[in-house]
Write a protein that binds this ligand. Structure first.
Ligand code: PLP
Length: 379
């Protein structure tokens, strides 16, 4: 039996999305920037997708910019704001638990004359608004705090954190790559200036994402090239990927309540059974402050990495930390930030449940974990 419990790393594309993309790829191949009739047809398709995505998140169409995914959106938000506002100041605030797309963009800026404050989080992974207030300086130009964490699933109170930035005239970005498609939000209600999303996290295609840029936000173009994306992000428009992104987001938000209650039920079935073993849960698992399908579990008294490897041998696909750091031997930055030791971080497994998982699969996972623990547990 193969059980896929790694939906935070990526999700399988929905067949409805795939079908729409294939149809588009076969039929509407023309360059959306060509001025002939076929080009105009492609441009119209892109326009209607942009309108749709904007509507779904409460934005204006002209505030949606297509990118190659979450990593590019994050890089653009951080570096674009830094470069465009450097005369005003060179200080940026983020957190210790951001995805490498944010963390390494900030590290790059530090090597190039900017200063970055990395906020601590508490043991559940929450940023304390008081810490944010204390970290703000005269020269702070940007605050970037992720919406939902990719390893422990903790959801931040973005509205409150953003209001602290806005009261002081500071640009606020949120990495909503894990949140989009799982949490309903409206960018104006949140108050954010910039927001990143990525198609493959909500059953859409890989290689496409978007950056919401509130009208009037001072940000430098990111990919220099042609006039695509209003001259701010060059490159021939990937029409069929955009069709996939738009369709995937529509379906995800339409089916959000049903999907969330199903994955939440399955996650708690897993947690409740595993609680009978010697385990620790990392981060928040409360309904309103954690992603419904994501949980990080430390298997106490086991050799680092052994549970995950055994799960893989039994056909169960989960992750240690995030997929982006899985290949490295480094302990998870997020787990260290919430207070785990290096050893404990390496004996932790992230399970991320998705819409296709079944009760039978979760029960198989539970019984397999119990067998593995009986074999590998150290006293
Ligand atoms: N931000 C977060 C929170 C993520 O979980 C990921 C992907 O794992 C990314 C950014 C990067 O997104 P992409 O894979 O589309 O580049």
């Amino acid at each position: 039996m193969k059980v896929y419990l790694d939906h935070a790393a990526t999700t399988p594309i929905r067949m409805e999305v795939y079908d729409k993309m294939m149809e588009n790829m076969a039929k509407d191949f023309a360059n959306a920037d060509s001025i002939h009739s076929l080009g105009r047809e492609s441009a119209n398709i892109v326009l209607s997708c942009r309108d749709n995505i904007a509507k779904l998140i409460g934005a204006q169409s002209k505030e949606i910019y297509f990118t190659s995914g979450g990593t590019e959106s994050d890089n653009w938000a951080i570096k674009g704001v830094a470069f465009a506002n450097k005369e005003k100041g060179k200080h940026i605030i983020t957190t210790k638990i951001e995805h490498p797309a944010i963390y390494n963009s900030c590290a790059f800026l530090e090597e190039n004359g900017f200063e970055v404050t990395y906020l601590d989080v508490d043991k559940y992974g929450f940023v304390n608004p008081e810490d944010l207030i204390k970290a703000i300086r005269e020269d702070t130009i940007l605050i970037s705090i992720m919406f939902a964490n990719n390893e422990i699933g903790t959801i931040q109170d973005i509205k409150t954190l953003c209001s602290i930035a806005k009261e002081r005239g500071i640009i606020f970005h949120t990495d909503a790559v894990q949140a989009t498609g799982t949490i309903k939000y409206d960018v104006n209600e949140l108050g954010v200036d910039l927001l990143s999303m990525s198609g493959h996290k909500f059953y859409g295609p890989k290689g496409i994402g978007a950056l919401y840029i509130k009208e009037g936000t001072k940000i430098a173009p990111f990919v220099n090239g042609g006039e695509q994306e209003r001259g701010r992000r060059g490159g021939t428009t990937p029409v069929s990927l955009i069709v996939g992104l738009s369709e995937a987001l529509s379906i995800a938000l339409k089916e959000l309540d049903d999907n969330n209650s199903n994955v939440y039920y399955l996650k708690h079935r897993l947690i409740n059974e595993l609680k009978k073993e010697d385990i620790s849960i990392n981060g928040s698992i409360e309904k309103d402050t954690s992603l419904p399908g994501t949980v990080s579990i430390t298997f106490n008294k086991t050799k680092p990495g052994i549970v995950l490897n055994n799960l893989d041998m039994e056909g169960i696909c989960a992750s240690a930390g995030s997929a982006c750091t899985a290949a490295s031997e480094k302990p998870s930055r997020t787990l260290l930030a919430i207070g785990l030791s290096e050893e404990d971080s390496k004996r932790s497994v992230r399970f991320s449940i998705g819409r296709d998982n079944t009760k039978e699969e979760i029960d198989y996972t539970i019984s397999t974990i119990k067998e593995i623990l009986a074999r590998v547990r150290e006293d």
